[in-house]
Design a protein around this ligand. Structure first.
Ligand code: AMP
Ligand code: GLY
Length: 434
């Protein structure tokens, strides 16, 4: 099977790495890929196609005679890349533009959840500051203000300060077609669960936890994600089943009922509140950086699973097999992220980190300047490691990270720290589990 992976980041690097380990995958291509992906599959198998141009991606897939296209990021999905690939007769893992609205519009997602009876925070979609003010007054602090459209994980402000909430809402409303969602604050630890689906059958992957804030101790602004780990030693034993039954299946059924079957991965971002599991957000794609740790633990060949979803026969896939190892990933971000990242500085030590026992490096915002690897984006690299437990995986991931140098580079030092402590002490119910 020949597979084309669309997207430039560490999530796509993780997908390519797993697909490269699948004996059923005989050809592996990327559009556009990145220097890390090129190192794995060869620069000549990376194509500088505009991932947001549906017909360009479909033409490339046709030229390569791909048997499967896997779309990584949300923007190509919302732009209709999957529709164009399917129209060219090639199976595609990734929802149609219509189905991707589950991520592309928070108001649409809320509407689907209401129709499907899926538990989520109460919310109002507002188009004027008067509506915003009324909604903020009703819910009280902490205030949750979300840009309705795609914002790369940075469109959400959670704050105790009314002024900050109002300022963010006003910025969102000033955009063309601006709409903002004001939501009830959901307390409790967050979980990401990826559910592979062909529009009908749902297969959950292992749950993971992401660290959204830029700084240790969950301080600083929201980012696209600074680290993740899996499994979750503190989670209730029936967590995955609960989410599949009460969140994923009803949502997938509602999308099918609307004539917009969702084929791909439904990323359920959840809060485990005192009143049960509630959806914080849906995404229409694998999460970054959670994919890095989830795929590190998946033993079943990935290509077979993704193709079965794309050709809409997921019911034939046998139960997934998982490693009992723990996995932790830590993101190295450029100076300035999540604001304006500093680009162009040299990154050294990557091959030492890659050679570190039980660890490897996935590229995100990197580029080659001649022979020198340089930072070229906000999130620069993901270092991933596995171990017999979270403590071992943390030791390995930070040992590898210390090999890498990037001027002004920043990473969190507390990824999976709370969960590793829970694992060691057996005490459940840590308040934030970071
Ligand atoms: P989203 O883009 O909707 O995932 O939001 C990004 C992050 O903001 C989430 O991962 C949470 O940490 C936080 N967040 C979003 N919605 C809420 C909410 N209703 N209550 C508490 N925190 C939230
Ligand atoms: N890790 C958060 C996201 O992928 O949206």
């Amino acid at each position: 099977m020949k597979v084309l992976v669309v997207g430039p980041g560490a999530r796509e690097h993780a997908l390519v790495r797993s697909l490269a380990g699948d004996p059923g995958v005989t050809g592996l291509y990327a559009a556009p890929g990145n220097p890390g992906i090129a190192g794995l599959i060869g620069a000549s198998n990376c194509f500088p196609v505009d991932a947001l141009d549906p017909s360009a991606v479909a033409a490339l897939a046709t030229e390569l005679a791909a048997d499967l296209v896997v779309v990584g990021p949300e923007a190509p999905l919302v732009a209709g890349v999957s529709d164009a690939v399917r129209a060219a007769g090639i199976p595609c893992f990734g929802p149609s533009a219509v189905a991707a609205q589950l991520e592309g519009s928070k108001a649409f997602a809320k509407d689907v959840m209401a129709a499907a009876g899926v538990p989520t925070g109460a919310s109002y979609a507002c188009t004027t500051m008067t509506e915003v003010q009324a909604a903020l007054d009703e819910f009280g602090a902490p205030y949750v203000v979300k840009d309705d459209g795609l914002a790369a994980g940075k469109g959400v402000v959670v704050t105790d300060e009314l002024d900050e909430a109002l300022d963010h809402a006003s910025v969102c409303l000033d955009r063309e077609g601006g709409r903002v969602v004001i939501e009830e604050f959901l307390d409790g630890p967050e979980v990401s669960l990826f559910c592979i689906t062909d529009g009908e059958t749902v297969i959950p992957l292992a749950p993971a936890q992401d660290f959204k804030r830029a700084l240790d101790g969950d301080q600083g602004p929201n980012t696209g994600g600074m680290g993740a780990y899996s499994p979750l030693p503190w989670a209730p034993g029936d967590l995955v089943e609960d989410i599949v039954e009460n969140v994923a299946r009803p949502t997938i059924a509602e999308m099918a009922r609307r004539g917009a079957p969702f084929v791909g991965v439904l990323y359920c971002g959840l809060a485990l509140t005192s009143r049960g599991v509630k959806v914080i957000e849906f995404n229409a794609r694998f999460g970054d950086p959670e994919t890095q740790v989830v795929l590190a633990r998946l033993k079943t060949p990935l290509g077979m699973v993704l193709r079965a979803a794309a050709v809409r026969h997921l019911e034939h896939v046998p139960p997934l097999e998982w490693s009992d190892q723990s996995a932790v990933t830590v993101v190295l971000a450029a100076e300035g992220y999540p604001g304006t990242p500093v680009k162009g500085d040299a990154i050294t030590g990557v091959s030492d980190a890659d050679a570190w026992p039980d660890a490897w490096v996935l590229h995100a915002g990197t580029a080659l300047d001649g022979d020198t690897l340089v930072a070229a984006g906000g999130r620069v690299l993901s270092v991933v490691a596995t171990g017999g437990d979270l403590t071992e995986a943390r030791t390995a991931v930070y040992g590898a990270m210390e090999q890498i140098s990037l001027r002004g580079g920043q990473f969190r030092t507390d990824i999976a720290e709370g969960a590793a402590a829970v694992e060691l002490t057996g005490h459940l119910g840590h308040p934030t589990l970071n």
